[in-house]
Design a protein around this ligand. Structure first.
Ligand SMILES: Nc1nc2c(c(=O)[nH]1)N[C@H]1C(S)=C(S)[C@@H](COP(=O)(O)O)O[C@H]1N2
Ligand SMILES: [Mo]
Length: 520
């Protein structure tokens, strides 16, 4: 390895030490306080909408992995450059380390749920990295100097070469040790941190309360059981996941509480144990993400077990001039829901169970909100800890500040699940099937059109609740050749969904569903 490569490797080894030490320190503080988490979260919070949509559309729910890989690549390059430019008397690389460490520290302490201690992982990590960088670069500089002076020395050439070769090996070993120590610290920090906070053990022990009668019993006629068609209930493991959290928050039910405050007669705080004395309800609700494109799968249906929000809110006594409930999660995400929607009698709830299990941690354990008829970004706060009663003209929620509409009622939508777009079904009888949704209004009709033909009615599965999606199917006598299958729905109010194709921003995509197929 020549001097240049050694310097680059030295920079990378110093960065490994920085990140490793930061992980170890973060064990005592929060997994969100490490430099990569802090900077990653701040990137997530500040990404322009266009870029964010492109990332979600391109990488789907792998968006977080893509973010971490990109940050890792940038860190690697920055570390290499820092090593390359660092000099014993001109510590530019160290200054770069300090600047990055400081930025990460600022990113960490400015997280909404952070305290000043969140700066420590980045700062201590950067200090450790700078010490390693200085030491390695000093030795590499000595090595370079020895190499240069070797030409005008009195020693025999062979002896000089073996001296520098030995020193070179020692430097390389130093780099190797720093890399290994950094990686080991990082892994140990991650494992200890995860073990310290993991709530999967207590979650498995949670006894869900019995729901009020009548219990949810899904009508078998709701599920047409057609191959390729999404099942009426979405299993928890297949349920889409969307949130801004880079690591799934681990919130113990024993530490959790829900504070209801703001424009209320009396502020209240409810603990998990308090919930035990209340009557639970179980309801079928289809959640939908506003970022779901036409034909997309950011939608899922589950039975949710929880506590009526109208009852909880009534206990606090919202003021007459309040019109918004700003829900806040443990990690600072916020959603603004119309108070009127949460109290109009629909089954808006503080959910603790999903499809008969305690909420999965990724879906908000120990408690989240579920509101029929509203997109997730304005209602479905996971790991919810606070409901602030306020007004739309006083408060803005997470996505509203980023250009999305303050109000997000779910728009009527239709999806064709089978035959899949781009597939090649055989000519003859082809079953076209999909799902349609207009939560809280229900689905009255679905129609299918082949190419430019007539709209024809599809068969509808049973509709156990107007708050869920509804399956539909259509028997198509398919003729060979290319065809476009279209589908559209009419909601329970008799309104046909719009054919206008609009994108997801600012309040949800619209347009008929269409799948292009080549019949063989
Ligand atoms: N704490 C928190 N809750 C959140 C979000 C989030 O980013 N953080 N995203 C919301 C959005 S945009 C959607 S669509 C739903 C998705 O819920 P799911 O991941 O359980 O499917 O959660 C909502 N609740
Ligand atoms: Mo969403």
């Amino acid at each position: 390895m020549a001097g240049r490569e050694l310097r680059i490797a030295g920079g990378i080894a110093a960065a490994a030490v920085t990140l490793g030490v930061a992980e170890l320190v973060a064990v005592l503080i929060s997994p969100d306080s490490t430099p990569l988490q802090a900077i990653g979260s701040s990137i997530v919070d500040h990404t322009p909408d266009g870029v964010r949509e492109w990332v979600i559309q391109t990488f789907g729910t792998n968006d977080k992995l893509v973010l971490f890989i990109s940050m890792g690549a940038v860190a690697l390059i920055a570390a290499g450059i820092a090593g390359l430019v660092e000099r014993a008397h001109r510590p530019i690389g160290s200054i770069l380390f300090a600047a990055l460490g400081l930025s990460a520290a600022v990113a960490a302490v400015t997280r909404s749920h952070a305290s000043w201690t969140w700066a420590l992982p980045s700062l201590l990590g950067a200090c450790a990295g700078i010490m390693v960088l200085r030491t390695l670069i000093r030795r590499i500089t000595d090595l370079d100097a020895a190499g240069e002076s070797a030409t005008d020395t009195e020693k025999p050439a062979a002896e000089v070469n073996s001296d520098t070769a030995l020193e070179r090996r020692l430097v390389m070993r130093g780099i190797g040790i720093a890399l290994g120590a950094g990686a080991a610290a990082g892994i140990v920090g991650r494992v200890l941190g995860a073990r310290r906070r993991d709530v999967s053990g207590e979650r498995a022990e949670v006894q869900l309360p019995p729901p009020a009668e009548p219990k949810v019993a899904v009508d078998p006629a709701a599920d047409l059981r057609i191959p390729g068609l999404a099942s009426y209930l979405t299993p928890n493991r297949d349920f889409y996941r969307i949130d801004t959290a880079l690591t799934v928050p681990q919130v113990s039910k024993d530490d959790w509480s829900l504070r209801i405050h703001g424009m209320v007669d009396r502020e209240i705080r409810i603990t998990y144990a308090d919930l035990g004395s209340r009557q639970a309800i179980e309801k079928l609700v289809t959640l939908t993400c506003v970022s779901n494109p036409v034909g997309g799968d950011l939608i899922g249906n589950a039975s949710w077990l929880g506590y009526r929000l109208d009852e909880l809110l009534a206990e606090a006594g919202p003021h007459a001039d309040a019109d918004m409930v700003l829900s806040r999660s443990i990690d600072g995400f916020t959603a603004g829901s119309p108070l009127a929607v949460l109290t109009d009698g629909r089954d808006a709830m503080l959910a603790v169970g999903m499809n008969g299990e305690p909420l999965p941690t990724a879906h908000g354990y120990p408690a989240r909100l579920v509101v029929p008829g509203l997109y997730g970004y304005v209602s479905a706060t996971k790991w919810v800890t606070e409901l602030e009663i306020t007004r739309f003209d006083r408060a803005q929620a997470y996505w509203t500040r980023r250009g999305w509409s303050a109000r997000g009622p779910i728009k009527t939508g239709t999806r064709i699940d089978t035959p899949a777009g781009g597939s090649k079904p055989a000519a003859g009888k082809v079953t076209v099937a999909g799902v349609a949704w207009a939560q809280h209004r229900g689905i009255r009709a679905v129609e299918v059109r082949i190419d430019n033909g007539e709209w024809q009615p599809a068969r509808l599965a049973a509709e156990p609740s107007v708050d869920t999606w509804r399956q539909w199917a259509f028997d198509w006598d398919a003729t060979p050749g290319p065809h476009t299958i279209w589908a559209r729905s009419t909601d329970g109010d008799g309104v046909v969904q719009t054919s206008d194709r609009v994108g997801e921003i600012p309040d949800g995509a619209t347009g008929y569903a269409s799948n292009f197929v080549r019949v063989g």
